[in-house]
Design a binder for this molecule. Structure first.
Ligand SMILES: Cc1cc2nc3c(=O)[nH]c(=O)nc-3n(C[C@H](O)[C@H](O)[C@H](O)COP(=O)(O)OP(=O)(O)OC[C@H]3O[C@@H](n4cnc5c(N)ncnc54)[C@H](O)[C@@H]3O)c2cc1C
Length: 259
C-alpha cells in the first residue's frame, strides 16, 4: 500500500480525518501545533523556572528585519525549556505563520523582549528605583531589589546588570542604574523553537476552508460530506474560541444533515 503523506498529529485525534479528506480530494493545509510553548537555550529560563509574571508586556520580534511579530500584555511563565503562559501561547500562533520561521529560529533571529515594568516610563522607573535605593542605601546591591522584583529573578537581573552584587547601594553609579533600567524594560531572550505538538492546545492547518461551504459546512467537492471542528484549517487564541469553532461548525453541519 502507498504511504500516506500526511503527518499524524495528536491533539486528541489520530489524524484520520485529514487522511480521509485527502483521499476524497480535499486540500490539507500544512498541519502544525499552535498555542504551544516556546523554547530557548538561554539558561535564565531554567534558573527562573516556575516563575509566573503578571502584567508584563511582551514583544516577539524578528531582529534581522527589526520587525515586530507579536506583542501582548498579561501573563507569562518561565519553564525548564523556555517560556509559556497565555501571552506566549498566543504569540506562538503568530510565530508559526511567520515567513521562514524555522530558518530564523535556527539562526537565533527571533527574540522575546519583556518589559517587566510596563506601567512605568524609564524616568518613572528610575524615580522608583531611587526611592528603593534610598531606603536600602547601606545594604549590598544583592539585597536591594526585593521590593522591585520577584525573588527568583533577582540573581538573574544582578548578573545581567554586571553590577557587583556586594557593592553598597549608595556606591552604585547613575550609569549602572540606567543600565539596570534598560534591562528591566527590555529583558531579552532568544527563542529557538516550538515545543512539540503533544503540548499544543490546537492544530493549525487542516482541510482548506476554500473547499467548504461556510453556511452549511458541506464539502464543495463531495455532496453529503460535512466537516466540523479542528480538522478544518481554522484555529484561534485560547479562551474558548477553539471550542466555539467546534460547537458552531458541528451545530451548523448537524442542522444541515438533519434537513
Ligand atoms: C490541553 C488542551 C487544552 C485546551 N484548552 C482549550 C481552551 O481553553 N479553550 C478552547 O477553546 N480550546 C481549547 N483546546 C482546544 C479544543 O479542545 C479543541 O479545539 C476542540 O476540542 C476541537 O474539537 P473537535 O471536536 O474538532 O476535535 P476533538 O475534540 O479532537 O474530537 C475529535 C474526536 O474524534 C475522535 N476520532 C478521531 N478519529 C476517529 C476515527 N477514525 N473514528 C472515530 N472517531 C475518531 C477522537 O477520538 C475525538 O473524540 C484545548 C486543547 C487541549 C489539547
Amino acid at each position: 500500500m502507498q504511504q500516506e503523506e500526511i503527518v499524524i498529529v495528536g491533539t486528541g485525534s489520530t489524524g484520520d480525518g485529514y487522511k480521509m479528506a485527502k483521499r476524497v480530494g480535499h486540500t490539507i493545509e500544512k498541519i502544525r501545533g499552535s498555542l504551544v510553548p516556546l523554547t530557548s537555550d538561554n539558561n535564565v529560563c531554567k534558573q527562573m523556572q516556575g516563575l509566573s509574571l503578571r502584567n508584563v508586556k511582551i514583544e516577539i520580534k524578528d531582529v534581522e528585519k527589526n520587525r515586530k511579530i507579536y506583542d501582548d500584555f498579561g501573563e507569562m511563565l518561565f519553564t525548564h525549556f523556555g517560556v509559556s503562559g497565555p501571552t506566549i501561547l498566543s504569540g506562538s500562533a503568530h510565530l508559526l505563520r511567520y515567513k521562514n520561521i524555522d530558518k530564523l529560529l535556527k539562526e537565533k533571529k527571533i527574540v522575546l523582549s519583556i518589559d517587566l515594568k510596563p506601567a512605568l516610563s524609564e524616568e518613572e522607573l528610575d524615580r522608583r528605583i531611587l526611592r528603593d535605593f534610598e531606603e536600602f542605601k547601606n545594604k549590598e546591591f544583592k539585597n536591594g531589589l526585593n521590593k522591585l522584583l520577584p525573588k527568583k529573578m533577582i540573581d538573574v537581573i544582578i548578573h545581567m546588570s554586571k553590577i557587583n552584587p556586594y557593592k553598597k547601594i549608595n556606591e552604585i553609579t547613575k550609569e549602572e542604574r540606567i543600565n539596570l533600567i534598560k534591562i528591566l524594560k527590555k529583558f531579552e531572550i532568544v527563542i529557538n523553537g516550538f515545543r512539540p505538538v503533544e503540548e499544543a492546545i490546537v492544530t493549525a492547518g487542516g482541510i482548506s476552508t476554500k473547499e467548504i461551504n461556510p453556511k452549511t459546512m458541506e464539502s464543495k467537492l463531495i455532496k453529503g460530506l460535512y466537516f466540523a471542528g479542528e480538522v478544518i484549517d481554522v484555529d484561534a487564541y485560547t479562551g474558548g474560541f477553539n471550542l466555539q469553532i467546534a460547537y458552531s461548525t458541528g451545530y451548523t453541519a448537524g442542522l444541515e444533515i438533519g434537513k
